[in-house]
Design a protein around this ligand. Structure first.
Ligand SMILES: [Zn+2]
Length: 196
């Protein structure tokens, strides 16, 4: 049962992990808190955007679109490895997912298959959207993978979590495929090494 860290701590933690953070507009106060609770937080969720072009990707994740208002995550990780902070608080990234998965994340145990969408994920997860078409062909530059590893580790380090607190959207919500192009198992291995 961890309360979310402050926006200032979030920024400090990312920088301390060696990341370049870009503050977009009034990100610290851009959120969906009027729609529901934010916290307690239990983990970090990784996504791909199905977009190309960093500027457009960042704008979309900040503003959202009709039917899904922004922010759509907390940080957008572009292909150059920068983390663009677009919102802080409750954000529209995780949707409904599987309560059994949430229990496994809290216990930091191996994940069960996600076969239910019965639990509010926007309340419980930090979210990073990563610029990629998600077609299995669009490359993931090492700078971007390195930034995903560092961003997730930064949050885990703050809360005292292990890499098992980091999941992909595809492990949370039935039907989701993101992120595609690397495996979450491999990414968790990297985060685990970093947290040693
Ligand atoms: Zn997603």
């Amino acid at each position: 049962m961890a309360p979310p860290m402050s926006a200032g701590s979030f920024l400090s933690r990312l920088k301390a992990e060696g990341l370049t953070a870009v503050e977009v507009g009034d990100w610290e106060h851009h959120n969906r808190n009027h729609k529901g609770p934010w916290g307690p937080v239990h983990g970090v969720m990784i996504h791909h955007t199905v977009t190309s072009g960093s500027q457009r990707t960042v704008e979309l994740c900040r503003d959202g679109y009709s039917g899904l208002p922004g922010p759509l995550c907390h940080g957008v990780i572009t292909k150059d490895g920068r983390v663009h902070l677009v919102g802080y608080g409750r954000s529209n990234h995780a949707g409904l997912g599987d309560d059994d998965v949430l229990r496994a994340v809290i216990a930091e145990k191996a994940l069960p298959p996600d076969n239910e969408a019965n639990t509010d994920g926007n309340r419980h997860f930090y979210g990073f959207e990563c610029e990629n078409l998600g077609d299995g062909e669009d490359p993931w530059p090492e700078a971007q993978l390195d930034a995903i590893e560092r961003a997730a580790a930064a949050v885990c380090r703050h809360h005292g979590w292990t890499a098992r607190s980091v999941i992909g959207h595809l492990e949370w919500q039935p039907g989701k495929i993101d992120p595609r192009g690397f495996t979450m198992a491999a990414m968790r291995d990297r985060i685990h090494e970093r947290l040693k």
